[in-house]
Write a protein that binds this ligand. Structure first.
Ligand code: KIV
Ligand code: ZN
Length: 528
């Protein structure tokens, strides 16, 4: 079978793709996204043609509520879902967040397994059914499209699971999602659960049956596909498989398996597969979660052939060793490296290929930073561009209370490491200068910034990596600060790693200032 679109797709049942990158995916440790970044990803998910975008869990924070609200206001073709527990305040909040959507959905959930009933909810079976039914009915008062998930379904006693599913469908749920919440199931086991529900829930034909698998045993995609074979018609998944703990089923793997092995699964999706790779890069760029080299479909090695015998085979006829065309998932052999003579048009083109569809004012910002980088660095690679956009979007929500104007450091053997920092306080437009010593020049700069901004924070994590090869490569710093028990992440990049560190630190400090609502009292540093 060749790598192109299989023929005769028209009559195959459609599988709805429910993307939860912005909700479950964002729950990945270390992957928090701001509203601006979420909106960028949502716009690309719509272009990918996902059927449903789960935009967030509105009750969890004002930021999450706002992100869902903004996405609901912009997305027209995909359904926008907000998650809620089966409580009045969760459901009302989710309803408020999705109400501006062209196609709003409320996704309510309640745990059903014995472990969750006994230890987490401390409720009997009857109470769980009552909570679930009341939740669905309440949600139904706001929107027609209501999804219900019995959390930890795969560890729930099957007769009780069937009873819950029956009850929520009767209450008006239009989709019932069966989650393997802790990634405990196996393909045969999961297929049997779905078959059992089809055989034992009278009203099952009135709802779409969905699945949501976690990857704790590395089986999330296999379990989701097994469920499709058993009759599930919606799959919940995330770009790059990000999500709680070991992640969720990877969207690109589910979609390409359904497409490449249509002979096995006999169904189809609406996904525009050419946008898979750009979106994978976008999500990785904005979350800072790297894609492993050998990741199926979108990893750097997914279409690379190392062994001579393989290279010879692919050159003779591609299908000897390739079951998919890289072009079908949006991997193009890009030869375009930008430099200081490249113009706005070439930059926009490249950004589009990387999954960034920026408005004119954002493009202006990226262009200015691109030009300044091209003056310091001969060739500007994709990774450099991604880092520029990442930084601009990072800073879009940090409040920009303080800006780094200048930094000078000394370090080395036999000297006291010192940093002189000049900051602009955007609240009153004052420029302040101060100096501090430290264990090294980076520590000195951090000490100085904390004193100048009067933020009391502790550095919890610090990571520095080179964005590309070459001696003129940019370094990117990602770090985490803890202030008053809350953690704030920051990122910064520069060809000078001390400057990258100071920028990342200030990005996190600005978030802390915004998060803590701290008054920007002018500290003791000298004014210029
Ligand atoms: O894993 C899970 O059970 C969930 C539900 C909220 C669907 O994420
Ligand atoms: Zn989940």
């Amino acid at each position: 079978m060749s790598a192109s679109e299989p023929s005769g797709t028209k009559d195959r049942p459609m599988i709805r793709i429910f993307d939860t990158t912005l909700r479950d995916g964002e729950q990945s440790p270390g992957a928090s996204l701001n509203a601006t970044q979420k909106l960028e990803i949502a716009k690309q998910l719509e272009l990918l043609n996902v059927d449903i975008i789960e935009a967030g869990f509105p009750i969890t924070s004002p930021d999450d509520f706002e992100a869902v609200r903004q996405i609901a206001g912009v997305i027209k073709n995909s359904t926008v879902a907000g998650l809620a527990r089966c409580t009045e305040k969760d459901i009302v909040r989710a309803a408020e967040a999705v109400k501006g959507a062209a196609k709003p959905r409320i996704h309510a959930f309640c745990a059903t397994s014995a472990i969750h009933r006994q230890y987490k909810l401390k409720r009997a079976e009857k109470e769980i059914i009552k909570l679930s039914v009341e939740g669905v009915k309440l949600a139904k008062g706001f929107v027609d499209d209501v999804e219900f998930s019995p959390e930890d379904a795969s560890r729930t006693e099957l007769p009780f699971l069937a009873e819950v599913v029956e009850a929520v469908i009767e209450a008006g749920a239009t989709t019932v999602n069966i989650p393997d919440t802790v990634g405990y199931s196996t393909p045969d086991h999961f297929e049997d659960i779905i078959k059992y529900l089809f055989a034992n829930v009278k009203s099952i034909g009135k709802a779409v049956i969905s699945v949501h698998c976690h990857n704790d045993l590395g089986l999330a995609v296999a379990n989701s596909l097994a469920a499709v074979r058993a009759g599930a018609r919606q799959v919940e998944c995330t770009i790059n498989g990000i999500g709680e703990r070991a992640g969720n089923a990877s969207l690109e793997e589910v979609v390409m398996a359904i497409r490449t092995r249509a002979d096995v699964f006999g169904c189809q999706t609406r996904i525009n597969t050419k946008r898979l790779y750009p979106l994978s890069r976008l999500v990785s760029a904005l979350t800072g979660l790297h894609v492993q080299r050998n990741k199926a479909i979108v990893g750097e090695n997914a279409f690379a052939h190392e062994a001579g015998i393989h290279q010879h085979g692919v050159l003779a006829h591609r299908s000897t060793y390739e079951i998919m065309n890289p072009e079908d998932v949006g991997i193009t052999a890009s030869t375009l490296v930008l430099g200081k003579h490249s113009g706005r048009h070439a930059l926009r083109e490249r950004l589009m290929q990387l999954g960034f569809d920026l408005d004119d004012s954002r493009l202006d910002q990226v262009f200015a930073q691109f030009k300044s980088l091209a003056d310091r660095k001969k060739e500007v690679f994709d990774e450099d561009l991604e880092a520029i956009v990442r930084q601009i979007l990072d800073e879009a929500d940090d409040g920009r209370a303080w800006e780094l104007v200048a930094l000078q450091t000394t370090g080395g053997t036999g000297v006291v490491p010192t940093a002189t920092v000049r900051l602009k306080n955007h609240q009153n437009d004052e420029i302040l200068t101060d100096a501090a010593t430290g264990d090294g020049p980076i520590d000195a700069a951090f000490t100085c910034i904390l004193r100048m901004t009067a933020v009391d924070a502790v550095l919890k994590e610090y990571d520095l990596h080179a964005l590309t090869g070459g001696r003129d490569a940019q370094g990117e710093v990602q770090l985490e600060l803890v202030a008053r028990g809350k953690s704030y992440r920051g990122r910064g990049r520069s060809t000078d790693v001390i400057e990258a560190s100071a920028l990342a630190f200030l990005n996190a400090v600005n978030r802390a200032v915004r998060g803590l609502g701290k008054a920007l009292s002018p500290p003791a540093a000298a004014k210029d």
